[in-house]
Design a protein around this ligand. Structure first.
Ligand SMILES: O=c1ccn([C@@H]2O[C@H](COP(=O)(O)O)[C@@H](O)[C@H]2O)c(=O)[nH]1
Length: 239
C-alpha cells in the first residue's frame, strides 16, 4: 500500500515544478509522478533533481513498442533509480516480459529493481469509446481484467486501472498485485477528461493500492491543503 497520494507533476518546465513544490513544507517527502510532458522537456535530469530533493518517483512513460526495443529502453531507464514505471498492456505479453527483463538487467549491480506496472484501459476511456474506437467486443471490465491477468503472468508488479476495477483484479491475481489508480477526484470536483472517476476514500474501499492525483492538487489555490485533505480521505481517517 502506498499511503501517500502520488502527485502527477504535469507541468511543462522545471521552474513551474519548483514554484509548485515551494508551496509544500521543505521537509515533506512526496511521491511524485513524472510523466511524458515534463520528461520530454527536461529528460532524466528532472528525475535526478526530484530524487535529490528527497522525493520518490513514479516514472510514467507508458512504453509501447516491440519487445526488443522495450527491453533495451527499460535497461537504461532502470539506472535512474525510480520506484515504479509503466508499459502499455496492449503492447503484448512478450513485451511486458521483456520490460521486466530489461529492468532486472539494468539493475544487476544494485538489485534495486523498479516495479513495473501495465496500463490497462486509460481512465479517460469509457466502455462506449473502447468498443467503438478499439473495436473491442468485450466489456471494459473484461478488457481490464484480461490485461491484468496477462500482466501478472508476464511477471509484472501490477496495473494502472480505475479503482472501480481493483477489487475484481485482486480476486483474479493476488491482494499484493498493485492496482494503481488515477482518475481520482474529491467529492464535487470537475472530472476534466477523466471518465472513470472515484473519490480518494472510495478508491481505498474498492481496493486500490495507490492513487495518482494531478489537477485537483496542481491547479488548487492551496495545493498543500488539498494534498493533506486528499491524503486524509485516502487513508480513510475522516469518516
Ligand atoms: O489510465 C491512466 C493512466 C495514467 N493517468 C495519468 O494520471 C494523471 C492523472 O491526472 P489528473 O489531473 O488527476 O486527471 C495524469 O498524469 C495522467 O497521465 C491517467 O489519468 N489515467
Amino acid at each position: 500500500m502506498i499511503e501517500r497520494p502520488i502527485i502527477a507533476l504535469d507541468f511543462a518546465t522545471k521552474s513551474e515544478i519548483q514554484t509548485f513544490l515551494n508551496k509544500f513544507p521543505t521537509d515533506e517527502s512526496l511521491f511524485v509522478k513524472v510523466g511524458m510532458e515534463i520528461f520530454y522537456q527536461e529528460g532524466p535530469a528532472i528525475v535526478r533533481w526530484l530524487k535529490e530533493k528527497g522525493h520518490d518517483i513514479f516514472l510514467d512513460l507508458k512504453l509501447h513498442d516491440i519487445p526488443n526495443t522495450v527491453q533495451r529502453s527499460m535497461k537504461g531507464l532502470a539506472k535512474m533509480g525510480v520506484s515504479i514505471t509503466t508499459v502499455q498492456a496492449a503492447g503484448g505479453f512478450e513485451m511486458m516480459q521483456q520490460a521486466k527483463e530489461g529492468l532486472k538487467e539494468g539493475t544487476m549491480e544494485t538489485k534495486n529493481v523498479p516495479q513495473v506496472i501495465a496500463v490497462t484501459q486509460l481512465t479517460s476511456t469509457s466502455q462506449e469509446q473502447m468498443q467503438k474506437e478499439q473495436l473491442v467486443q468485450a466489456t471494459l471490465e473484461e478488457s481490464v481484467l484480461h490485461y491484468a491477468k496477462s500482466a501478472q503472468k508476464a511477471g509484472l508488479d501490477g496495473v494502472v486501472c480505475s479503482a472501480w476495477e481493483a477489487q475484481k483484479i485482486h480476486e483474479i491475481t493476488t491482494k499484493e498485485f498493485m492496482c494503481l489508480s488515477p482518475g481520482i477526484r474529491p467529492q464535487g470536483s470537475t472530472t476534466d477528461d477523466q471518465k472513470r472517476v472515484v473519490t480518494p476514500y472510495k478508491a481505498r474501499e474498492l481496493g486500490a493500492n495507490a492513487i495518482v492525483v494531478g489537477r485537483p492538487i496542481t491547479l488548487a489555490d492551496d495545493p498543500y491543503e488539498v494534498y493533506q485533505m486528499i491524503k486524509t480521505d485516502w487513508r480513510n481517517k475522516n469518516k
